[in-house]
Write a protein that binds this ligand. Sequence first.
Ligand code: UD1
Ligand code: CA
Length: 449
Amino acid sequence: MTSALIVLAAGKGTRMNSDLPKVLHPLGGAPMLHHALQAGASLEPEQTVVVTGFGADLVRKAAQDWDADIQTVEQAEQLGTGHAVQQAQAALAGFEGRAIVLYGDTPFVSPDTLARLIAANSDVTVLGFEAADPGRYGRLIVAENQLLKIVEYADASNEERAVTLCNSGVISCNATLLFDLLSRVTNDNAAGEFYLTDIIALARDAGHSTGVVTCLEAETLGINSRAQLAEAEAAFQAQARATAMENGVTLTAPDTVYFALDTFIGRDTVIEPNVVFGPGVTIESGATIKAFSHLEGAHVSRGATIGPYARLRPGAEISEAARIGNFVEVKNAQIETGAKVNHLSYVGDARVGAAANIGAGTITCNYDGVMKHHTDIGARAFIGSNTMLVAPVAIGDDAMTASGSVITSDVPDEALAIARARQEVKPGLATKLFEMLKSNRQKRDKGSS
Ligand code: UD1
Ligand code: CA
């Protein structure tokens, strides 16, 4: 049977105390919403509908950044989870498979759990969990292995509140049946809301089967506050570190390495302590990322070495066996096979040819205050220390620049460019100068006593 996802993301998230919609707060370098969408994508849904409300334009954009085919519908007023799901009805007109409801603020539901949920053979299946502290969660009321109903905390009797099997909010149900049941939900309850959870009792009254699939409580962690966001970040990082190590990556101090949702690292890469991966990083096998490096939007090829203390920014493309050393920043630049940028340099909007060597303190002066310009450095070129490459400029294959040069025009293949004042040497002048300075100091000291 085909699947469609309905992702609820209309809430403001009042307890976040933020102008940003809750589901857009970053977790592992990606909007929280992307985590739920990624888990849902494992079901290969035919359609995905995100229900927006607070900050609808921003949430729509974030959803479509994830996948341009995602549909969004706006719930103008947040009248409850049942009402929110109903907003997806028109978008799913004609869809006859199963609908799975996810929450945009519940990032950790695993693909494996979703697979078990849709494999269940009841007409309506709820994802439940045993709560250590059931708090205000909806309670799953089960008798003789049958899910009878879900009772919201505010509406529950003391006996019902004693139940520890809770509703995660994730539900799987044939779409036609779902919308049929929802059309019969009322807001006659403690919160005055249209509860999605009411469809269980309605389904049973109409003779449909209902069931529960359970998962670990950790998977159902919902984020309502900044404190919970920090907890979720810690949980995400712990998982990402464990996964990296399972995939054959060495982390010498795992607790100090931070990953993003889309970080990809190949086997036998070594990551030293205190490395941060922002969004969009891929590292191939056998690379080494040394301590205190920060990478985002970068690709590192086999056997390359980065850091310590390196910064790779978006568009950094580091080829095989290239070397980026300490206090080097690379942005939107291709560092070709075996090239070296070892110390204290900025390489932006550039190509550094294979086996070229960039001396310490080299800067590509890529920005004239208005526009960015390109620097091209040929294969095996040798850029002397403290060269300023004023872009646009091209250095040929096997060319050299003298240290301290300010290079403003192109250097042909195999040429040496020297662009600095010529050195003069004055014999004995240092001694004379020292004597003059000392006598000046004596005169000053006498004058002041
Ligand atoms: C809901 C469930 C409860 C469950 C809990 C799990 C209902 C009635 N209750 O309670 O059984 O234990 O989640 O966390 O379903 N939303 C909308 N539009 C709305 C209302 C909510 O999009 O009109 C979204 C929220 O942004 C949020 C999600 O739905 O992502 C859940 O809403 P929330 O108000 O947090 O539900 P709870 O009261 O926590
Ligand atoms: Ca909630």
